[in-house]
Design a protein around this ligand. Structure first.
Ligand SMILES: Cc1cc2nc3c(=O)[nH]c(=O)nc-3n(C[C@H](O)[C@H](O)[C@H](O)COP(=O)(O)O)c2cc1C
Length: 284
């Protein structure tokens, strides 16, 4: 399957499949990001996942040695924490100094960081949880925007919608490329998101369950074995507060695969769906 759209061209990637930020210490680094980029998607480092800026800088240098594929960096903007502007400024300087020019910001307004990347000829994409914030960040000049549906994980808001509503409604309101996140982990989810108006998908839970992700096996087993009909689990997913927990995407993750096998599976499943439609003479 060949996919070329405004997002793949903007990012220089083969498949519009993006590995989401994971702010757990030591987990969202080159070990997961490079395999994702090598397999045709876009891998992402998360600055708050590193112990300090020295470790981050060394990882960027290492990445440049082992791949020529693009790798993005996430800046998670937390209100009322130590991750103030000075913290981000140092990491921004390191990224630009090493030639890493794709920035994702998330949570609070990331336009100051975004502008620094755009001024350096790079790309700025923001991730938010509501259509309202996506409209506002598009107005502030982001190159693309990720909207996380209620099925996903991370910040929860009373104004949050499902991935279905996010994409169908936002694609009428926003002209920059839209990226769907929340509950996506297979070809059906990928293809649905593109049908609803997304130019790409952004996956957190699914990449946490891959072999390369630096988490204990028991966390990956939890994702694979998660009963997504369990009321206690559903309550945690839908409760209106921040909770870094594997999402409803768990419902379609049935084994721990390598990143390459997982990305290929998404593409193969998408091909199968399209071929099935053709066989049934649907939409022909
Ligand atoms: C354990 C965990 C930690 C996360 N940490 C961050 C973070 O630090 N910053 C951020 O922007 N998103 C974070 N996310 C959210 C993901 O980047 C992504 O938006 C989300 O997982 C998408 O939903 P999905 O899990 O259904 O694919 C985290 C998600 C999980 C599961």
């Amino acid at each position: 399957m060949n996919i070329e759209n405004p997002l793949t061209s903007m990012l220089g990637i083969k498949y519009p499949i993006i590995q989401g930020a994971i702010g757990l210490k030591g987990m969202s680094n080159s070990k997961i990001a490079v395999p994702v980029s090598e397999a045709g998607g876009l891998g992402m480092l998360t600055t708050i996942s590193y112990t300090d800026s020295k470790e981050f800088s060394e990882d960027l240098k290492y990445i440049k040695k082992i791949t020529d594929k693009p790798v993005a960096v996430n800046f998670t903007l937390m209100k009322g924490t130590d991750f103030n502007n000075e913290f981000h400024k140092e990491y921004v300087d390191i990224c630009l100094g090493e030639g890493f020019k794709i920035a994702f910001t998330s949570a609070y307004d990331g336009s100051a960081i975004g502008k620094r990347f755009q001024d350096a000829g790079g790309v700025w994409i923001h991730k938010c949880a509501t259509i309202k914030h996506a409209v506002s960040i598009a107005e502030k000049g982001a190159d693309a925007v990720v909207i996380v549906g209620i099925e996903g994980t991370g910040f929860k808001s009373l104004e949050q919608n499902s991935t279905l509503i996010n994409m169908t409604v936002a694609s009428r309101l926003i002209k920059i490329p839209l990226i769907a996140a929340g509950g996506i982990a297979n070809g059906a989810g990928f293809l649905s998101a593109l049908s609803m108006g997304a130019a790409g998908v952004y996956l957190g839970t699914a990449f946490m369950a891959t072999k390369e992700f630096q988490a204990p096996d028991k966390l990956k087993e939890k994702i694979v074995n998660q009963d997504v009909l369990d009321p206690k689990y559903l309550k945690r997913i839908y409760k209106m507060e921040h909770g870094a927990m594997h999402s409803l995407a768990s419902g379609v993750i049935d084994s721990v695969k390598t990143v390459e096998d997982f990305i290929n599976q998404i593409i193969n499943e998408s091909d199968e769906i399209i071929n099935k439609f053709k066989l049934w003479k649907m939409f022909v």
